[in-house]
Design a protein around this ligand. Structure first.
Ligand code: FAD
Length: 346
């Protein structure tokens, strides 16, 4: 018999890496995993090279099983797909989802649980963390090692490095814009991860005071704001909902998503799901065009990571010009019609 002596820190590393395993809470639509959840898988992968990653999907009907097969066969980093098939998960209510995560954690004893930092993840993960009696780390934009993370604070003005020292599981929401999906990561039929059903016989169905009322979604062919390659944003400078339609026309011509500032949303020009910023969506498209946007710090917090920023504002001192790659001091009511005229039809 041979005894290998290791230091305390080596022992801690060996013992945590030996038992490390990650659960990714995923959303699906139309038989595929939604893009923010794929970014959560990318983040999970960077927690540690060979750590097994299980993907949790819930819902009911054929599209759930299609999504499970798609995930199991197309993402090489996924080692297992767990499926909770029940009418209880038909609607995206956070309460049953949090209880599901709790149940799955009790059986799987994962070291990490990861979800995207979108309205779904922000809704479910803190509730699940409370049930598991741990403190989640939200809005992670960088992973230095399995328990050390970078997250923005003060509306993105400072970055904070946090080390998680609590009990398992370490629960994270990640910003999908910080974990882009590499082009070669979706490889049709490159993987054969097992798919297993979650045993729901002990699932607690009591939803407390919550009840599902309805779900409305915009019927638009435009790309999703959170993942669009181009975002065209309008601010208070547009002056009315009627004028805001110019932004929509421009977005249609460029195949872009439409964004808005909080001032534009508060003024009723557009619904609040288009808001970009600290209290709206975080975007990082290849091209971000801002018209009539002053560039308040709370707005910049949601778009500062865009690759190329173009701003049109009639005030040459507008703060948006400090972050813009291309700035045009001009009247948007002249610039947008000219762009609409000169840009070719899509
Ligand atoms: P304004 O600041 O009024 O700017 C309008 C701009 O349009 C001006 O710069 C003006 O020069 C220009 N303009 C006017 N007419 C024309 C024209 N004809 N041609 C060209 N330019 C023109 N804001 C967000 O956007 N997202 C958030 O998530 C968010 N969260 C917040 C959270 C908190 C806690 C707080 C306190 C605020 C938050 N805000 C947020 C609000 C933020 O502080 C600003 O009030 C808001 O971003 C301003 O929007 P705006 O740029 O459209 O309007």
């Amino acid at each position: 018999k041979r005894t290998v002596l290791v230091s305390a820190s080596q022992f801690l590393f060996l013992s945590t890496s030996r038992f490390a395993s990650t659960l990714v809470i995923a959303e699906h639509e139309g038989g595929v995993i939604k893009a923010p959840s794929v970014s959560a898988v990318v983040a999970a992968k960077s927690l540690g090279g060979d750590t097994p990653i299980s993907l949790l999907l819930a819902g009911s009907g054929p599209s759930l099983h299609e999504a499970a097969s798609h995930a199991a066969s197309c993402y090489p980093s996924i080692s297992k797909v767990l499926v909770a098939d029940s009418d209880k998960f038909k609607n995206p209510l956070a309460e049953p989802w949090a209880k599901l995560v709790h149940l799955v954690q009790q059986k799987g004893d994962y070291s990490h649980i990861v979800a995207a930092s979108n309205s779904f993840g922000k809704n479910v993960l803190p509730r699940a963390a409370a049930l598991l009696n741990v403190s989640p780390i939200t809005d992670v934009i960088g992973i230095s090692e399995s328990h050390t993370f970078v997250r923005p604070i003060y509306a993105g003005n400072a970055l904070c490095t946090v080390r998680y020292t609590g009990a398992n599981p370490c629960m994270l929401t990640i910003r999908s814009t910080s974990f882009p999906v590499p082009k070669n990561s979706v490889d049709s039929k490159s993987n054969e991860a097992p798919i297993s059903q979650v045993d729901l016989s002990t699932f607690d169905e009591d939803l407390g005071r919550s009840r599902y009322v309805s779900h409305t979604s915009q019927d638009t062919e435009r790309p999703d704001l959170g993942n669009a390659r181009i975002v065209i944003t309008g601010g208070r400078g547009l002056k009315s909902a009627e004028n805001f339609k110019m932004i929509e026309k421009l977005a249609n011509k460029l195949g872009a998503a439409v964004g808005a500032t909080r001032a534009a949303v508060d003024a009723g020009f557009v619904p609040n799901d288009l808001q970009v910023g600290q209290t709206g969506k975080i975007v990082a498209p290849e091209l971000y065009m801002a018209f009539g946007v002053s560039g308040a710090i709370q707005h910049l917090a949601g778009m500062i990571d865009s690759k190329v920023i173009v701003a049109v504002n009639k005030d040459e001192d507008a703060p948006i010009f400090q972050v813009a790659d291309y700035g045009l001091v001009g009247d948007l009511f002249e610039v947008i019609p000219e762009l609409l005229e000169k840009l070719p039809e899509k």
